[in-house]
Design a binder for this molecule. Structure first.
Ligand code: AMP
Length: 379
């Protein structure tokens, strides 16, 4: 079986959100066809796909039929059960990234243990399964520290910061309401950043310019590129992300989120084996976007040049921006250096990622100032 799927092939997409949508838009430009597998009908990805299948990930017959209609299958969110991925790959088409990568990235315990066993720097941690273990972990790691669910955490959901050594551990443990947690030492960071690595089935790999990420309420607010960090830190971050991608044997994209300590030391926070919100800037600011790169990597094609063409700031548009009705997009676009992306997701609920815009300027300082001013006018 060849590792390469030339344009014209049909790519299956597990998951129907905006990451799938933007991957499909990039792949269609190259002549690929797309089928989306997603439980609910008419999502952001299905709208731009050739076909959608609405069935559950626990429906092996539907997964098998879907797999048989695709040449290669990828995904746009990592919480697809291993059994579902196995059902798809047993039916023929390769799934990229593979089940092993997903299995590690789906669960914080496995992710942390993978990093530790590969000697990759990350925050010190303990795995806990009871109030007593939580109390012991906090004693060992000190405060502040943070308790996170082992499974299905994202955007700060299922996380509790513990600041007191004599906190009410029984209440905190009960509040988590999960069988397993991971307690992490608090990392006093000077910056958070992320590196998106693209890696083909033959192991060729390349990194996107490093994004400096600003979060609000645990959700990404802005990505600033180039990150305002010394070159030596950027080089370390890229090298670390490449090491992670090699060690996990990623195929497709691997987004590696990092903490940068005051000393400049870089630690891995977490990984996502798919396109990432912090890489959206690349659509407008890079020679090759993360979405095109994802398609190239998954299809075994040579990777494109991810060179940054202009300093850029990406700003997320959450549903909150709609609180006074539809925002004035014309006012936003009055700055000719703004590119607007809306995902056509329907109801703009608070916290829901509805779109983003990217501002491109000659210097990063100008881009940050323009992004802040434009965002302030929208809300
Ligand atoms: P996560 O979902 O693990 O990426 O956490 C969401 C956000 O919480 C991160 O982007 C950080 O801003 C913050 N955070 C999480 N873990 C830590 C930690 N160990 N030390 C400091 N800040 C953290």
């Amino acid at each position: 079986m060849s590792d390469t799927y030339q344009p014209g092939a049909t790519i299956g997409m597990l998951g129907g959100g905006q990451l799938g949508r933007m991957s499909i838009l990039a792949g269609r430009a190259m002549g690929y066809r797309f089928r989306v597998f997603e439980p609910s009908k008419g999502g952001a990805a299905a709208m731009v796909a050739d076909a959608e299948v609405n069935a559950g990930y626990d429906d092996p017959a539907a997964l098998k039929a879907f797999a048989e209609s695709c040449d290669v299958v990828t995904l746009e969110f990592e919480n697809v059960a291993r059994e579902a991925v196995d059902t798809v790959s047993n039916a023929g088409p390769p799934v990229r990234p593979g089940a092993n990568v997903l299995h590690i990235c789906q669960n914080r315990r496995r992710e942390k243990e993978f990093l530790k066993s590969n000697g990759i720097p990350c925050a010190d941690f303990r795995v806990v399964a009871s109030t007593d273990e939580l109390a012991q972990a906090v004693k060992e790691l000190g405060t502040p520290c943070v308790l996170k669910t082992a499974d299905f955490g994202y955007d700060g959901k299922g996380q509790v910061k513990i600041t007191e050594a004599d906190a009410d551990f029984a209440a905190i443990w009960a509040g988590l309401d999960m069988p397993l947690g991971v307690v992490e030492a608090w990392v006093p960071f000077q910056a958070e950043c992320s590196v998106i690595v693209a890696r083909g089935p033959d192991g060729q790999a390349s990194t996107f310019p490093i994004a400096e990420n600003i979060h609000r309420n645990h959700i990404l607010h802005q990505s600033i590129v180039p990150a305002r960090l010394p070159q030596s830190v950027l080089d370390d971050a890229a090298a670390l992300a490449l090491r992670v991608a090699e060690a996990i044997d990623a195929v497709g994209l691997l987004a590696v989120e990092l903490f940068v300590r005051e000393s400049g030391e870089v630690l891995v926070n977490e990984m996502a084996p798919r396109p990432h919100n912090s890489g959206h800037y690349s659509i407008d600011a890079c020679q090759t976007s993360q979405f095109e790169q994802h398609i190239r990597a998954v299809c075994g094609l040579p990777l494109g040049n991810p060179k940054l063409l202009r300093p850029a700031v990406m700003v997320n548009l959450l549903g909150d921006v709609w609180q006074n009705g539809e925002p004035d997009w014309a006012a936003l676009l009055a700055d000719p250096d703004v590119k607007l992306h809306l995902y056509d997701k329907g109801e703009p609920r608070p916290g829901r990622k509805m779109g983003h815009f990217t501002v491109l300027k000659d210097t990063i300082e100008e881009a940050v100032a323009a992004a802040d001013a434009l965002f302030a006018k929208l809300v």
